[in-house]
Design a protein around this ligand. Structure first.
Ligand SMILES: Cc1cc2nc3c(=O)[nH]c(=O)nc-3n(C[C@H](O)[C@H](O)[C@H](O)COP(=O)(O)O)c2cc1C
Length: 407
């Protein structure tokens, strides 16, 4: 307990008040013009009242032409600045850090809500029947790559000006940064593809651009995959090398996750490897290896459900911060509940609706948790008994309206 409650100083000098972080969960409750809503802001008020060390927002898109979901928040200029300030104010006076997660979906962008899809290479997603929901991407030109790098920095700076206290690059789960890293999705033959030195160039340039725009005292973290878990993909050995390279650059916090839309290990970890079930967190084996090559702070996310599991993981210094996502939807004051010894175990059910290809890609699971966030934002209590069908209908509605707006 003492360990979980102890504060932690990041390399940039900023301090997290304890070792619990809410990992990013795409809330999908911005406006259809991609601004933060009151509901979204209120959900963060509720989470901040629970006193975690760090709240990482759901992915905030850096380009309005590239959305992961219809109601993502987009920060590419000052259009939504007042609402962003209100969002940042939710942690004012609490000691809780609030970091936006910056993202570009690359090829993992639904065709129905994006006119144009760009990615490192024109490699289609292999998701069986669900692949039809995605267009084959157009490979990015050199100018588009540099524009995108610049956008990461600009979004980070605007969000800093709005009052956010740090930021995280989304370098995991098969989105653009992770697409550049993986030889499966990056088949380029120029300076951005081929060797790991070339594939890592994009994320290094993104980090440098953000650092240039936010300054050295501001926390900049990243979420990366321990692996893609796909043949010929981004391997664990390569991931360890990337950890070393980012550490040398001066990154403040490295969050470990894994998987892509094609292989969603980020939310399914314990459903495919026995040893990780026994050890609760999905990527513990990996983090032990990462610890050997970096002294930068490590945050592990995926599978933590018990206070005992969190304490064990923190002991011995294998990792520094515990990340949880789904449990925060049903236990919004999770950190304070731990400190008050109110709860020993946190639930995170897996809702389904019985349509195999949708259930397989987590088609209902993610929207179901988004709906729970919606409830928090509207001042309601979480509802564990909520039917998966409501989540499905909610997603369809958002997709339909955004698709209609696009055309
Ligand atoms: C509704 C939902 C949305 C998510 N959105 C994001 C996201 O925007 N960015 C991200 O890095 N991970 C996202 N994730 C993955 C979580 O951050 C986390 O890695 C994963 O859920 C495993 O942690 P958990 O077992 O504590 O839930 C999302 C997960 C859920 C359930």
């Amino acid at each position: 307990m003492k360990n979980i409650q102890s504060s932690f100083e990041l390399p940039c000098g900023q301090v997290l008040q304890n070792r619990i972080a809410k990992s990013a969960m795409s809330e999908n409750i911005g406006t259809l013009k991609n601004a933060p809503t009151k509901t979204l802001i209120n959900a963060y008020k509720v989470w901040a009242e629970g006193n975690p060390g760090l709240l990482i927002t759901g992915n905030v898109m850096i380009d309005s032409r590239a959305l992961g979901e219809p109601r993502n928040v987009v920060v590419e200029d000052y259009t939504h600045f007042d609402a962003l300030k209100q969002w940042a104010e939710t942690v004012k006076g609490t000691g809780v850090h609030l970091w936006p997660q910056l993202n570009h979906p690359g090829r993992q962008a639904f065709a129905s809500i994006n006119r144009e899809v760009v990615a490192p290479s024109a490699v289609p997603l292999k998701m069986g029947g669900a692949s039809k929901m995605f267009k084959v991407a157009t490979p990015m030109t050199e100018d588009q790559i540099w524009d995108c790098i610049k956008r990461f920095g600009t979004s980070a700076r605007i969000l800093k000006e709005a009052g956010f206290t740090g930021c995280q690059i989304h370098g995991a789960h098969g989105y653009l940064v992770s697409q550049f890293l993986s030889p499966n999705s990056n088949t380029r033959t120029d300076q951005w593809g081929g060797s790991l030195t070339n594939r890592v160039r994009f994320v290094i340039e993104v980090y440098r651009e953000i650092r240039k725009q936010v300054g050295k005292d501001y926390p900049v973290g990243i979420k990366i995959n321990s692996a893609d878990f796909q043949r010929g993909g981004f391997s664990e050995e390569e991931s360890i090398e990337v950890v070393q390279l980012l550490s040398r650059e001066g990154i403040d916090l490295i969050e470990i996750s894994g998987g892509t839309y094609e292989k969603p290990a980020m939310v399914k970890g314990n459903r495919f490897k026995k040893s990780t079930v026994e050890r609760e967190a999905y990527f513990l084996d990996y983090i032990e290896k990462a610890r050997k090559v970096t002294d930068k702070p490590l945050l592990l996310t995926g599978g933590f459900r018990t206070v005992a599991g969190m304490e064990t993981a923190l002991q011995g210094g294998k990792l520094d911060i515990i990340g949880l996502a789904r449990p925060f939807c049903l236990h919004p004051h999770l950190a304070q509940d731990i400190f008050d010894s109110k709860t020993e175990r946190f639930q995170a059910p897996i809702p389904k609706i019985g349509i195999p290809f949708l259930d397989k890609m987590g088609g209902v699971e993610l929207p179901w948790y988004e709906l729970q966030i919606h409830r928090l934002g509207r001042g309601k209590k979480p509802r564990p008994s909520l039917g998966g069908i409501w989540a499905f209908l909610f997603t369809l509605k958002g997709m339909f309206i955004k698709s209609w707006m696009k055309n």
